[in-house]
Design a protein around this ligand. Structure first.
Ligand code: GLV
Ligand code: MN
Ligand code: MN
Length: 409
């Protein structure tokens, strides 16, 4: 067992080839978008890990990958995993840490010689970040019936490529996508290990924590339509410049978030025609807003829209606001959380998070739980995201302990 040998990162230590693959496929490519070449590399890596461990590999109707030990038809399966895709210029740990740790935890359990009493699977959910098509957790949403095939077919990337076109180009059948209740009915528990995306564990001095809840969160598209015109010859008073309204809205979002105790971010914009010497005709900004409870989120969203409509009226701008996605608050299953706390020790910190996860999407259908691993930088969705080797090992051991408790007793 790696605990005995005080081994470092178990996968990397055991196999130099694997280490190179992890580095190449998972940690050096910081733009791992759904159904691209980088995604295919990650998927190939997952499949190789499954086959190297003699697990039964399958891809479900929504393109999520599964590696099974035992017969899934027996039901009450214990499943662990996360995602391998990333945000633009993301880090090496958000997602991959959960998948790599799942394989490492299985290695650990096998070296302990434990017997699995229930079917067990490791999974990689597709398109968790929504970096390409704008909607997060597409793989788990489809599986849980929280995104219909018709809605999924409407999704388009920045180049106008639709989700079914992208899936087909990557060699998957987009006709097959849709809810998968039979698959979910066979799962008794899903546990996702994830790098922490804040500094709570660093501050408390703990390597591993347990998730309590996920904040309600959503994405809203703000379209500010004005009038394209010459940047040199158009008098300031004659302009209908949507960039001004956009800028004022960003400031209002910050102010409203402070007032409501929420967070609100414009992290992505598109400008038309996007010329240095042209007043824009259109500025499109995407607002990501999250809060600890629904009331605070409603307050901040309403406050930002009201302020933005005021700014728009003053500049002669037409404003359209569209809610593109929304995920209500998730309170992880208390029984499973308590069971995990009893395995890891009652002193293990229990943390809420503002980040979305596949475990949150699935929590409506099946009991889910999450483990967090300390991130000393507290930074995530950036290459500065980090977890020390010892903490990664602590995460693997904690996950192995939890899985042993769930699947082997
Ligand atoms: C996913 O990481 C999200 O919280 O947006
Ligand atoms: Mn993320
Ligand atoms: Mn993630």
């Amino acid at each position: 067992a790696i605990r005995d040998r005080q081994a470092a990162w178990v996968l990397a230590r055991h196999d130099a080839r694997l280490r190179a693959e992890i580095a190449r496929g998972l940690t050096t490519v910081l733009r791992r978008y759904a159904w691209t070449g980088a995604d295919a590399d990650c998927r190939l890596w997952f499949r190789m890990q499954a086959e190297a461990r003699r697990l039964n590999y399958e891809v479900d109707r929504n393109g999520n990958q599964w590696a099974w030990l035992g017969d899934p038809a027996a039901g009450d399966a214990v499943v662990t995993g996360s995602h391998l895709d990333s945000v633009p210029d993301g880090g090496a740990f958000d997602g991959p840490l959960g998948v790599v740790s799942a394989f490492a935890a299985l290695d650990e359990l096998r070296s302990r010689g434990v017997q699995f009493k229930r079917p067990f699977a490791i999974t990689n959910f597709g398109d968790e970040e929504g970096a390409r098509f704008g909607l997060a957790c597409v793989g788990s949403r489809l599986t849980a019936g929280r995104l219909t095939k018709e809605q999924a077919y409407e999704l388009r990337d920045a180049d106008g490529v639709s989700l079914p076109q992208a899936m087909e180009a990557a060699g998957y059948d987009p006709e097959a996508i849709g809810p998968d209740p039979e698959r979910l009915a066979r799962i008794g528990a899903f546990v996702e290990l994830h790098v922490e995306q804040g500094r709570a564990l660093d501050l408390s001095g703990d390597a591993v924590g347990i998730a309590s809840a996920i904040w309600p969160h959503g994405r809203w598209r703000y379209d500010f339509a004005g009038e394209a015109n010459h940047a040199g010859t158009t008098r300031l008073v004659d302009r209908r410049d949507p960039m001004l309204t956009y800028a004022e809205t960003v400031l209002s979002a910050r102010r409203e978030a402070e007032l409501a105790g929420a967070v609100a971010t414009f992290g992505k914009i598109a400008v038309e025609p996007n010329g240095v010497n042209a007043i824009p005709s259109l500025v499109r900004g995407w607002l990501d807003a999250r809060a600890a409870d629904q009331d605070a989120l409603d307050t901040v969203i309403a406050g930002i829209e009201t302020a933005s409509r005021d700014h728009a009226a003053r500049h002669g701008i037409d404003l359209t606001v569209v809610r593109e996605s929304f995920t209500p608050v998730v309170e992880f299953a208390h029984a499973l959380r308590d069971e995990i706390a009893s395995v890891l020790g009652e002193k293990t910190p229990v943390l809420g998070t503002g980040a979305g996860h596949d475990a949150g999407i699935l929590s409506e259908s099946i009991p889910t739980a999450m483990l967090f691993v300390r991130n000393p930088t507290g930074v995530s969705h950036s290459p500065a995201e980090f977890a020390a080797e010892d903490d990664c090992v602590a995460g693997v051991l904690a996950l192995a302990d939890v899985l042993e408790g769930l699947a082997c007793r």
